[in-house]
Design a protein around this ligand. Structure first.
Ligand code: DOR
Ligand code: ZN
Length: 354
């Protein structure tokens, strides 16, 4: 029997896309309502590559947020730097030392949204990775190969073999987070890997397998990268997330795109799950009889890995059915509207954030 309510230490989101401009204003409040801090992805156009850009972006995020409820600490965005082939390691070290950058994000070039400026040859940025290793700055990896001849459902497993394992060998002291893992292969590698290797797991990869993309027609709202895999992989992710192993922690990869950009002939990759992320995770943990493991996954393992303090405040989830709207509409300060389809649109989740 699930408890009538669940009070947890305020959680953090260790992987989110908040975008910029009207979209930032539309989505940032949802993340701030659920989480104390979030690791914010730098794949803007152009990407965040300097400490000055990172600091300015942090200000724009803070400006997009309402005041927190009385007694609640304000939301803290943790900014990341986008690695390119020509990024200056001294700039990363300066941004890290100044407290602007919390981590670096590695997108293999052309792997996903706004990744064209990403890294085309990981071995060629060895001096950059040596700097991160030396200064203790975490490296967050989008783990997919971009080779068009590799089947899209195999790209994470091939990345692990071809790139992740050699990288860990070259940089044994580097803190690495394999982001939004989608396969049993990734679960095995992280579980059996060194203590400085961890992974984030999204709510959508815990709920859906690849069938969701084709259920009753083509379903762009379930398209993200890395794409959802077979059921056996989803089950491996659920087992990892609910295991109490501190190497697996919460990262929503909430990645909003306007409805028109999703529902088009070449729809964008990304699932917008921020508004009900904790309810979504709680649903999975309840199903697996592991509600007692949710707090550590959501609020403890991430900060411990990053070497940051745990949050002070609390949130409460009430065991009460909640119908998730089919559409969300938000206006920015100038009245410009953004239409979004949230994850779980039209479903009823058994939990509600109080
Ligand atoms: O589905 C995704 N959307 N995966 C990513 O890696 C990027 C993200 C985005 O920025 O839209
Ligand atoms: Zn992402």
């Amino acid at each position: 029997m699930a408890p009538a309510q669940l009070t947890l230490r305020r959680p953090d989101d260790w992987h989110v896309h908040l975008r910029d401009g009207a979209m930032l204003q539309a989505v940032a409040p949802a993340t701030a309502r659920q989480f104390g801090r979030a690791i914010v992805m730098p794949n803007l156009s152009p990407p965040i590559t300097t400490a000055a850009e990172g600091a300015a972006y942090r200000q724009r995020i803070l400006a997009a947020l309402p005041d927190p409820p009385a007694g609640m600490a304000p939301f803290t965005p943790l900014i990341t730097a986008y690695l390119t082939d020509t990024i200056d390691p001294a700039e990363l070290a300066r941004g890290f030392a100044e407290g602007v950058f919390t981590a670096c994000k590695l997108y293999p070039a052309h792997a996903t949204t706004n990744s064209a400026a990403g890294v085309s040859n990981i071995a060629a940025i060895t001096p950059v990775l040596e700097t991160l290793e030396r200064i203790g700055m975490p490296l967050l990896i989008h783990g997919e190969v971009t080779d068009a001849s590799v089947d899209i459902f195999d790209r994470e497993a091939v990345f692990i073999e071809q790139h992740l394992l050699p990288l860990l060998q070259r940089h044994p002291g580097l803190k690495v987070v394999l982001e939004h893992i989608t396969t049993a292969d990734a679960v095995d590698v992280v579980r059996s890997g060194p203590a400085n290797l961890a992974a984030t797991i999204t709510p959508h990869h815990l709920h859906i397998n690849r069938n969701a993309l084709f259920q009753g027609g083509l379903r762009p709202d379930f398209y993200c990268l890395p794409v959802a895999k077979r059921e056996l992989h989803r089950l491996a992710l659920c087992a990892a997330a609910t295991s109490g192993n501190p190497k697996f922690f919460l990262g929503t990869d909430s990645a909003p795109h306007a409805r028109s950009a999703k529902e088009s002939a070449c729809g964008c990759a990304g699932i917008y799950n921020a508004p009900h992320a904790m309810e979504s995770y709680a649903t999975v943990f309840e199903r697996h009889g592991a509600l007692d493991k949710l707090e550590a996954f959501a609020s403890e393992f991430g900060p411990r890995f990053y070497g940051l303090p745990l949050n002070d405040g609390q949130i409460t989830l009430v065991h009460e059915p909640q119908l998730i709207p089919m559409r969300l509409h938000a206006n920015d300060a100038a009245g410009q509207g953004v239409n979004l389809v949230p994850f779980h649109a039209g479903e009823t989740l058994p939990w509600r954030l109080a």
